[in-house]
Write a protein that binds this ligand. Sequence first.
Ligand SMILES: Cc1cc2nc3c(=O)[nH]c(=O)nc-3n(C[C@H](O)[C@H](O)[C@H](O)COP(=O)(O)O)c2cc1C
Length: 156
Amino acid sequence: MKKVTIDPYQLSELTLNQTSLLVTRDQNNKANMMALDWKTIGELWSTPICVVAVAPSRYSFSLLEEVGEFTLNVPSPKIRSAVSIAGAASGRHVDKIAKAKLTLEPSKRISVPVISEAVINYECRIMHKAESSPVCSHRLFFGEILEAYAAEDLLK
Ligand SMILES: Cc1cc2nc3c(=O)[nH]c(=O)nc-3n(C[C@H](O)[C@H](O)[C@H](O)COP(=O)(O)O)c2cc1C
């Protein structure tokens, strides 16, 4: 799938309207993904930001804390079943990316890979964190969007 660089806000409505795949990695560069609904994209401190809300119980939470980077990947209809896999089990016990038969490729600017089959990819470096309590117990990770790219077909 040919991808082209996009403005970080260009396809944000499409991104926000569906469940994303949040990819992290461990100290041995093994990647993990989780299903993620709670996120937003916008500008803060004159910087394009993607905020993701992740519960402390998730394996992804520890990896975000350890590595400080993530990619947000928007699935195409073809890989929608990957969302169920990503949201049903924990990467502590299952290699969900292998189970979903997804392909990883290196990011351009960060050490966490992107999912090739996703139609939009965002590369993000965490620059701020906040607690969402008392609404609920998720931590908000504010990732600076360093790169964003999308399937060329989406832009036609
Ligand atoms: C559709 C869907 C959306 C989800 N959105 C979120 C979310 O926004 N934040 C969160 O912490 N967990 C969310 N989850 C739950 C995690 O994806 C789930 O607990 C996952 O197994 C965590 O994986 P991990 O332990 O490998 O990190 C969602 C699950 C589903 C099915």
